[in-house]
Write a protein that binds this ligand. Structure first.
Ligand code: FES
Length: 142
């Protein structure tokens, strides 16, 4: 039996929402210092809804599958829901990741959060500082 679920393999081989959004409303880029992998998320936001999302991931298969699944999970959703997306939820939606690959899904959670914070900052929209704390927490997990 493969180490990876069919869903992981599917999203790795056929990633959804790969690419760049021109003039995005928010961009988030995060990296994992240990493995050197990088994930970048672009958002188009309309009326507090994620109208479009694209990603570029320079990283391992689990990071690509996580980015793909995470973008599918937040597309068309309100920002407040996207902010609640956890790496565990991404991994669950992929029918699990091996324990030593969980950190790859953390990149997806962080990149989305950082893109939304970029949107809030650029548009002078006040946001709950607790959100920033959540990001610090992710970095500790790496
Ligand atoms: Fe670096 Fe997966 S090994 S994100």
């Amino acid at each position: 039996m493969s180490l990876y679920s069919e869903k992981v393999m599917d999203h790795f081989k056929h990633p959804r929402n790969v690419g760049v959004i021109e003039n995005p409303d928010g961009v988030g880029e995060v990296g994992n210092a240990k493995c050197g992998d990088i994930m970048k998320i672009y958002l188009k936001i309309e009326n507090d809804i994620i109208a479009d999302v694209k990603f570029e991931t320079f990283g391992c298969g689990s990071a690509i599958a996580s980015s793909s699944m995470a973008t599918e999970l937040i597309k068309g959703k309100p920002l407040k829901d996207a902010l609640k997306l956890t790496n565990q939820a991404v991994a669950e939606a992929l029918d699990g990741l091996p324990a030593y690959k969980m950190h790859c899904s953390v990149l997806a959670e962080q990149a989305i959060r950082s893109a939304i914070l970029d949107y809030y900052t650029k548009h002078n929209i006040p946001f709950d500082p607790e959100l920033l704390k959540a990001c610090e927490h992710c970095e500790e997990d790496e």
